[in-house]
Design a binder for this molecule. Structure first.
Ligand code: HEC
Ligand code: HEC
Length: 336
């Protein structure tokens, strides 16, 4: 916004125009957007600092099937980069053949979170990684560490990064440090906020206004990551024979019954199907569910009420969400 007092105190038209020009997009009369979507640096914990060599190692471990019990599955088997770090399935099958009860979430922006999983039961990312390594890909961590130490290319990297052979702990640390770098940013919307007025469509701009205003989406999907990590029951478990109690399992607080973590909506267009149960196929349908006030669980969040967004307005919100798709470069690592 222009400084009003400064504007009122200038006497010549030319000076006022110059002041106003400072807050307009280059070459247009359109006011510049507020820069509210800028993601700051990811915090890395003091006991697991990131170094380029450690991150390169973590990237390899993430796609390596030698980390699994069967030797056939990697973290990547459910978290594909081109699918927004998810797997395009409502529910996925683990290394031991068991079916997950919840949909694979995106790994974008996990480094900004303070609790992990749909119900937030993991309180450190390192703890989450160890659990996924054992549970999802069925590893015996000590066995895998021993196996990696027989691979000269791994042994030398662990020596260089940690001054020792691979251990369960250093494998976990490498993976967690790498996950913290999976940041969805530099999307068309970011370019727009930085001043490229042609980076997004008029519909997307209107969709953003609806998202922040009439749609009440930002009450939970707060910028800059468009997900605040808070837990809410959006009503999807209503009427199910055995409802997933979600956050309640962690806190034993009635108010958390069937509440799930508010996911980041960055790169959301890549990661369908949607919601903790993977029950909704398309992004438009997911937006429609939210805009209509969620599902029909009587215990759902009181914040969620029908928003009155019209079909055309829902299209505009979708157009906005599509501008959140990250364009960061990515090269598949080579395995030793
Ligand atoms: C078989 C599919 C599958 C594989 C393989 C898999 N995951 Fe996941 N991942 C999931 C599911 C499902 C969840 C959500 C579970 C829940 O919330 O209860 C999840 C959750 C996560 C989360 C939490 C994200 C958040 O927003 O809270 C992280 C981080 C993660 N996985 C990392 C990994 C790592 C690292 C590996 C490899 C060691 C891995 N995953 C392997 C399916 C998988
Ligand atoms: C009361 C807080 C709240 C409000 C308001 C809200 N959401 Fe959500 N949203 C959530 C939570 C929590 C989830 C995940 C819940 C689940 O899966 O059970 C979610 C999930 C989503 C998903 C699916 C994400 C994924 O990774 O599967 C989309 C898309 C979405 N919301 C869009 C919107 C839009 C658009 C609006 C506004 C019309 C909105 N939300 C309003 C809390 C909220």
């Amino acid at each position: 916004m222009p400084n009003l007092r400064a504007l009122l105190s200038v006497t010549t038209l030319a000076a006022a125009a110059a002041l106003l020009a400072g807050c307009a997009m280059p070459g247009s009369s359109e006011p510049a957007p507020e820069r509210i979507s800028e993601l700051g640096p990811v915090p890395h914990p003091a006991d697991n600092p990131a170094t380029p060599a450690k991150l390169a190692l973590g990237a390899q471990l993430f796609i390596d099937t030698r980390l699994s019990g069967s030797g056939k599955m990697a973290c990547q088997s459910c978290h594909y980069r081109e699918l927004g770090w998810t797997d395009a399935k409502p529910l996925s099958t683990k290394d031991d053949g068991g079916l997950n009860t919840r949909h694979t979430p995106s790994l974008y922006n996990v480094g900004y979170q303070t609790s992990w999983y749909w119900d937030g039961r993991a309180t450190t990312l390192e703890g989450q990684v160890l659990a996924a390594w054992r549970g999802q890909i069925g590893a015996d961590p000590a066995k895998v560490a021993a196996l990696l130490n027989t691979v000269p290319g791994y042994k030398s990297q662990f020596q260089a990064v940690y001054g020792s052979d691979a251990t369960p702990d250093t494998i976990v640390k490498s993976l967690a440090a790498y996950l913290r770098t999976l940041v969805s940013t530099d999307a068309p919307w970011d370019k727009y906020e930085k001043g490229d007025r042609n980076a997004v469509s008029a519909d997307a701009k209107q969709g953003f206004r609806l998202f922040m205003g009439k749609g009440k989406c930002a009450a939970c999907h707060t910028p800059p990551s468009f997900g605040n990590g808070g837990f809410h029951n959006i009503g999807l478990e209503g009427g199910k024979a055995k409802p997933d109690l979600g956050r309640f399992n962690v806190t034993k607080n009635e108010a958390d019954t069937s509440a799930f973590k508010t996911p980041t909506l960055r790169s959301i267009a890549l990661s369908g199907p949607y919601f903790h149960d993977g029950s909704v196929k398309t992004l438009r349908e997911a937006v429609k569910v939210m805009a209509s006030g969620g599902g029909n669980d009587p215990r759902k969040s009181p914040i969620l009420t029908p928003t009155g967004l019209t079909e055309a307005e829902i299209d505009q919100v979708v157009a906005f969400l599509q501008t959140l798709t990250s364009t960061e470069p990515w090269v598949a690592p080579k395995l030793p």
